[in-house]
Design a protein around this ligand. Structure first.
Ligand code: FDA
Length: 304
């Protein structure tokens, strides 16, 4: 079976996108994880989630840019998304990656771009979640988040349980009264900054989840791991924390069964809904997380 490392390697070979796209049925298969190439496709997917009692977060796919034109285009895309959310009435907020908004160009420039989105979200009575990227970006991401939180309030951050520093960051952010999305962390990090063992990451995730739930602030617990989900449910029940006081978050197309089950049990569930033309690296990373998904792709290509 193809390995995780091979899939991660392929995810960085952007030129292969055109090769894969000409395979009959391939685009169809990507639709399991990606809502489509434009905002209207994402709205259709989100309407369906909403009907099943699941809220959403728009994610316009892209990776880091060093082009001001690309960063500007991403800002405009998000301003448009916020307008469309209001116009269509779908239940969704937005998630942004700061490297798409110019973090690799200049921190002040990125702050100004992100501010335009958070300010627009405020006007639309909506919320912006700032995704967390690899560890060289953590400090700048937190600085921009804190500045905008103090200015507007309607912005939250992602923290990664695999980083040693996260507990200290979490304490500081809780003291500010801000909302956190807790995840395990998706990047390849060195042992100097991140727990190398999965068991350590899981243990830290549970410890941090408990701190978040006890804080009295509304947070997102982002995982597809049934053990993390069970630990969260158990802790909430033991501590008398209501199902309305936090939400589970999962990626579009991953463990849809679990999302529906949790929503049916009365938990709040949000799906992170990626869309856009730049789907290739995101799609390959989802396959890399669970190489068994490659079977799903091959089976469907065969059918196509
Ligand atoms: P883990 O990887 O341990 O997987 C547990 C189980 O979940 C697997 O055994 C399998 O059953 C299932 N599963 C996981 N991935 C699957 C897949 N692709 N297909 C099918 N089943 C799968 N990271 C980051 O660094 N910065 C960020 O901003 C975000 N944002 C974010 C938002 C949301 C809503 C989610 C759910 C996740 C993120 N992440 C993230 C990614 C996160 O850090 C992590 O890499 C993935 O969620 C995988 O970790 P799990 O907790 O799901 O468990």
């Amino acid at each position: 079976m193809i390995s995780r490392a091979a899939l991660l390697y392929l995810s960085q070979r952007h030129e292969l996108k055109s090769f894969f796209t000409i395979l009959p049925g391939f685009k169809q298969v990507t639709r399991r994880f990606i809502a489509g190439e434009n905002i209207d496709d994402a709205i259709i997917a989100i309407r369906e989630l909403n009907r099943a009692g699941i809220t959403a977060s728009f994610d316009h796919l892209g990776e880091s840019t060093t082009s001001e034109a690309e960063a500007e285009s991403d800002v405009r895309e998000y301003l448009h998304v916020l307008e469309r959310i209001e116009a269509t009435g779908v239940d969704s907020n937005v998630s942004v990656k700061l490297t798409q908004l110019g973090l690799d160009i200049d921190e002040g420039y990125c702050l100004r771009n992100t501010r335009r989105i958070v300010e627009a979200a405020k006007r639309h009575d909506n919320f912006v979640r700032i995704d967390m990227e690899d560890s060289p970006k953590t400090d700048a991401t937190l600085r921009i988040f804190k500045t905008l939180f103090k200015e507007f309030g309607n912005v939250g951050i992602v923290l990664q349980a695999y980083l040693y520093r996260t507990e200290a960051d979490l304490n500081e952010i809780l003291a500010m009264g801000a909302r956190v999305r807790l995840c395990k962390g998706a990047y390849k990090e060195p042992e100097t900054v991140a727990f190398p063992e999965k068991s350590e990451v899981d243990a830290n995730f549970i410890k941090l989840m408990q701190k978040l739930l006890k804080s009295g602030i509304y947070h997102g617990i982002a995982t597809h791991d049934e053990r993390m989900v069970a630990a969260t449910k158990d802790f909430a029940a033991r501590e008398g924390i209501s199902k309305d006081d936090f939400e589970f978050q999962m990626l579009y197309g991953v463990r849809r069964d679990l999302m529906l089950k949790l929503a049916g049990e009365g938990y709040r569930v949000r799906a992170y809904v990626p869309y856009g033309e730049y789907w290739y690296p995101y799609f390959m990373r989802r396959l890399a997380e669970r190489p068994a998904n490659v079977w799903f792709v091959l089976k469907n290509l065969w059918k196509g």
